[in-house]
Structure formats: structure tokens, C-alpha cells
Ligand binder design. Structure first.
Ligand code: FNR
Length: 195
């Protein structure tokens, strides 16, 4: 059944393990905004705990449980929302490591799914450099990554006590961008790139 027939399903997670993660707060807001038009499964990054990628481990034991869980959840969804920190101008090694494990599954479960990338950063640039780098493995694996990427600079000062963004324009922009992503995902069959 296509997304237009049964409604859009999204997986959402923040690629940070930190208890007080700003990206976790941001993904909660994005998931809530998407909830108006989609069924959203919001999960903790800990659900995807995996060892460092090791080809010998893959040969001996197969794909580890955390990567299998990711594969299961993205296979059941039409797309994903991911809020990722920027580490040293790039994506976190933890996230790249997970992608590397998931890329060994056949068929590759990311292929034909949509993705919207977000980043909260305590710096002034907001994480956009990391998101440009995150696009590369995701697109390489066949994901349809939205051209709209949401970045939140000065994240440690950005949230109000109720979890929304203090600056109304930033909140409105987030809601609009997420709504656009839900519409985009609904228009694309998850089988669009299946060969
Ligand atoms: C950072 N941080 C950071 N911020 C940024 O805007 N650009 C960068 O290149 C980096 N690099 C970086 C490397 C490492 C190893 C750490 C730990 C942090 C700061 C980062 O934005 C900040 O720690 C965020 O709070 C991380 O996201 P979470 O964990 O709060 O979601």
C-alpha cells in the first residue's frame, strides 16, 4: 500500500546519546509537528547501539542487533526525520558507523525512503556543515533527501520551558518545513527507486 493510500509513516531519532541533548529536543519538536500529517515513531539513538564496524565481525556474526532494529524500523516507514549534531564540521562517527552497518543489509533498507535532516548546535552556524556531509552516504544508499534542511544555532539558548522554540519565526519555519516534508513523502512511493 502506498503512503497516499494509508497515510505517511516516519521514523524519527536524534543522533546523540547525551542525556541533555539539544538534538533530542529538536527531534521531539519535529516529530510533534509531523504528527499533524503522519504517523511518527520517535526512538532513542540507544536503540541502534552497534559495535565499531568490523568486516570480520560481519562475516562471523552478521549484522548486529542495533543495525537490524534500524533496518526494521526504516523498512516499515516511508521516510525518516533525523536530528544530528555536527562534530568537527561533519557528522558524528556514531551515526556514520550505524549507516555503514545498515548498508550491509540486503535489500538496502534505506533505498527509496525519504529523509529530512535537522541539526541543533551550540555554535552560530547551526550544524549545516555536518548535514551536507550526512547527505552523502544517505544519498549514496538511495535515500531521497529533502533539499530543505533545518538548522538551529545557539541551541542552548533556543528552547522555552515548554519545549518549543523561543523565537516564533524559528518555530514556524520548523513546522512549515516538516509539513512540506510530510507532503513530499506522501507523494513519493517508497518503491520509487526499487530496481
Ligand atoms: C562539537 N560541537 C560542534 N558544534 C558545531 O557547531 N560545529 C562543530 O564542528 C562542532 N564540533 C563538535 C565536536 C565534538 C566532538 C563535540 C562533542 C561537540 C558542539 C555541539 O554543537 C554541541 O556539543 C551540541 O550540544 C551537540 O549536540 P547534542 O548532544 O546536544 O544533541
Amino acid at each position: 500500500m502506498s503512503p497516499s493510500e494509508r497515510g505517511v509513516r516516519l521514523l524519527a531519532f536524534a543522533a546523540s546519546l547525551r542525556a541533555d541533548s539539544w538534538n533530542r529536543r529538536l527531534i521531539a519538536l519535529a516529530a510533534s509537528a509531523a504528527g499533524a500529517g503522519a504517523e511518527v515513531e520517535l526512538v532513542e539513538f540507544h536503540a541502534f547501539d552497534v559495535p565499531l564496524f568490523d568486516g570480520d565481525l560481519l562475516s562471523a556474526s552478521g549484522i548486529p542487533a542495533g543495525a537490524q532494529e534500524f533496518a526494521r524500523l526504516i523498512s516499515a516507514a516511508d521516510g525518516m526525520l533525523v536530528a544530528s549534531p555536527e562534530y568537527n564540521f561533519s557528522l558524528p562517527g556514531t551515526l556514520k558507523n550505524l549507516i555503514d552497518w545498515v548498508s550491509r543489509a540486503r535489500p538496502v533498507p534505506l533505498r527509496g525512503k525519504t529523509a529530512m535532516l535537522l541539526s541543533a548546535s551550540t555554535g552560530q552556524v547551526g550544524g549545516i556543515r555536518g548535514l551536507w556531509q550526512l547527505r552523502i552516504p544517505l544519498e549514496g544508499l538511495g535515500m531521497i533527501v529533502s533539499p530543505d534542511m533545518y538548522t538551529l544555532p545557539w541551541a542552548d539558548k533556543a528552547f522555552a520551558d515548554d519545549g518549543t522554540l523561543k523565537e516564533p519565526e524559528r518555530q514556524t519555519r520548523l513546522e512549515g518545513m516538516v509539513a512540506g516534508f510530510v507532503t513530499l513523502t506522501g507523494k513519493l512511493s517508497s518503491r520509487a527507486l526499487e530496481s
